[in-house]
Design a protein around this ligand. Sequence first.
Ligand code: WT7
Length: 650
Amino acid sequence: MSSGEAITSVLQEDRSFPPAAEFSEQANIKPDEYQQMWDRANEDSAGFWGDLANENLHWHQPFETVMEGDMPDTKWFLGGKINASYNCIDRHLDSWRKNKAAIIWEGEPGDTRVLRYQDLHREVCKFSNVLKQLGVEPGDRVTLYMPMIPELAIAMLACARIGATHSIIFGGFSADAVAERNNDAQSKLVVTADAGWRRGKELPLKPAVDESLEKSPSVEKVVVVRRTGADVNMVPDRDFWWHDLMEDASADCDAVELDAEHPLFILYTSGSTGKPKGVLHTTGGYMLGTTMTSKWVFDLKEDDTYWCTADIGWVTGHSYIIYGPLSNGATTIMYEGAPNWPDEGRFWEIVEKYKVNIFYTAPTAIRAFIKWGEEWPSKYDLSTLRLLGTVGEPINPEAWMWYHRVIGQEACPIVDTWWQTETGGIMMSPLPGVTATKPGSCTKPLPGVVPDIVTKDGTSLPDNSGGLLVMRKPWPHMLRTLYGDHQRFLDTYFSEIEGCYFAGDGARRDEDGYYWIMGRVDDVLNVSGHRLSTMEVESALVAHEQVAEAAVVGFPHDLKGEGICCFVTLTSGAGSEDLKQELIGHVRKQIGAIASPDQIRFAAAVPKTRSGKIMRRLLRDIAAGREQVGDTTTLEDYTVLASLRESDEG
Ligand code: WT7
């Protein structure tokens, strides 16, 4: 956004779906309670969060202060001692829950594994001892670069148990991306697998780790899970098989009593400039946020089977496959593979097989289901579903209606949850027994969350004007810093709008107080619900010897939400179809398959302002095939425009 003016919103949506009386009656939060929670949070936010923390988490030692300091550097639950692994496992063992399924895992080839809370406890204790034996100490960073297998959950909870900070890297990232993150976090150990299954093929992981370690010397040891049986190279004294180490490990390991502000994990996310940002979350506040939001938003009940389809490599998987649900003693499903393997009915087959009650997915997945056709879900019994959720990007109202009609069979509330890697947990969402939903809106902030829509100078905007989305008050599960770069943390989130956390999204609030997210206002793409920086794709491209300059923008994409369009100028010679393919492969190698460009366009030059900034608005119009309507008076070279428009799509 270039000025302090409002953003024009064009979306008009008048449909509204009030919660069914039967749902409200059984809901964890009922309408009158909701109002009380709101009022309490407004009047006494420390009292509100403090009571919740005492009632819903196990503290080895009670905290003395609920919150200290204002944004950006708020500290929570000082004096308290807590352990996330204890909260997710141990506290459920002294009741009948010890024999309850904690994790129901389904591998892509159809193999399954159920870990009861007792089993999870045993495995986590054993792996905690393995980590200790390999020299991991509280505060050390451990990289987890793994497929969606139970060992990933076990490794996370083992790190948490001994106070090591995990840094999970999505399995779709490349060796270079792993090395960069290992270096930034100064990871001491990597846990990986030989490979994972994806659409019937092996997705190799260990070879990428081997390659990454040539460039990330902080890593001393590697633990490898045998998942597919793929051939791997094991380096003596550096690489160890998970099953060998676990064989002799003791199943006794006390959870370490950690300060509430002890770092729980780092998760890398894209920003508009520079290298990925290591979002750091700490223990007490994060556990409170994920525990409460799971209970409120997903209405988790003792006998629910809950399934979040995200990969644990993203924050959604951290918060809503592992920490939130397990802290509530729920049964959480973990699925290894693709939604269209062996066919497009796989998700619905899983829903039928495990009688799933709560289903949480992303708009990009819903658009794929729509494309594949209703015949797939209609083959299966989905009648156990009672609540649906979405996250990751704005959901287009038509996709919302399809989800409601075909998957929810018009009987399930839909919770559209707005949040970010940085917010740690859900910030705005309907409460399923309370809030009337409007397709495309994440509705209202949860109790204790205080958003606003403002201009660049921080002035609140009236209803129905688009502006910048900010948070005016701190919340327990907010990020504490960007690992190793506190200044960047301050600059990114707190310097834009005085006294507020700036989310980077544009949004509008309607006359009913409902929020409508309008997407990112920075140079960040949202590809399939995941943030990617245009700048990272650009630097990957210019690292290729034939590329002189690159400008990357998003364009509307039916399935991915946003596709990646790259304008490329060459050092010499003309572009060719072969070179396009080579550049696509090059970006995939540098960043990973998620950053795979959809269009490469060769151009003679890239349009820039007089100050040398790439004119992205213009390029976005060209990429989307729109006529250029914007102001081009600052354009340095008018002739490039015409040639860019001619740059053929690919
Ligand atoms: C960005 C955060 C939170 C986990 C997944 C993404 C967009 C997220 C919604 C939603 C509209 C949404 C925002 C946000 N976003 N949820 N319900 N409606 N937009 O995490 O990679 O940190 O991305 O995703 O633009 O800022 P992330």
